[in-house]
Design a protein around this ligand. Sequence first.
Ligand code: BGC
Length: 268
Amino acid sequence: MAYEPLKGQKALVTGASSGIGAGVARALGTAGAAVVVNYGTNAQAAGQVMDEIKGTGAQAMAVGADVSKEDEVRAMFQEVCSAWGTIDILVNNAGLQRDAPFTEMTLEQWNGVLSVNLSGMFLCAREAAREMIRRGIRPEISRAAGKIICISSVHEVIPWAGHVNYAASKGGVKLLMQSLAQELAPHRIRVNSIAPGAIQTPINRAAWETPEALAKLLKLIPYGRIGVPEDIGRAAVWLASDDSDYVHGQTLFVDGGMTLYPEFARGG
Ligand code: BGC
């Protein structure tokens, strides 16, 4: 029999039309959850992910909402809760990069990244927490009243020149997650982060699409391979399931060792 640790649970994954979000949405579906595939702009791609999940026998729906817009986030949660009754798992994944040398970075690039990567997580986590607190624990479904997982980055600890807005947003995610974990623990809502390293997705295409770029990238990854969205999907299933019921307020690095300062293997 299939291992379905999330059977009977409703999950919402933001930014799930591509990349890590799509990988997480598929993995949650395979683990037995009903999955909301949220997308910002690409309805067609989200529809495909939804169809793939339905094809495996799980329930799925695609819902458009810009996570940085309060009214759109509210409307999305209302739509999901009226369709499916409640929400058990939120994966705060939507994120983007708008890279520039610092002295050329525009306020638009700064605000664009902070508003999706950080404010978007705030808005979605707030709606999810309100619903999880309202509903409370159903022991037949899960030991927790809800699970919130933030998809952070190795750049919540690794500074990143040329990407100051992105690194600042992920540094913010670290303390957003930890403070939220502290505050929501009495409600039995578990809050954790996954910090992916280099995962092969459209966001970092330039870092892997030529053999030269990939060779340079692999020097930063002791384990010697680029990650794939399934690597993050499997971690998300575990963090969303009761298998990790005593894990709370933690960041799980899924990075092939990128945070091990690999330069020091050859020097220092
Ligand atoms: C970034 C990618 C980058 C990776 C490792 C991620 O958070 O979005 O562009 O390849 O970190 O540096």
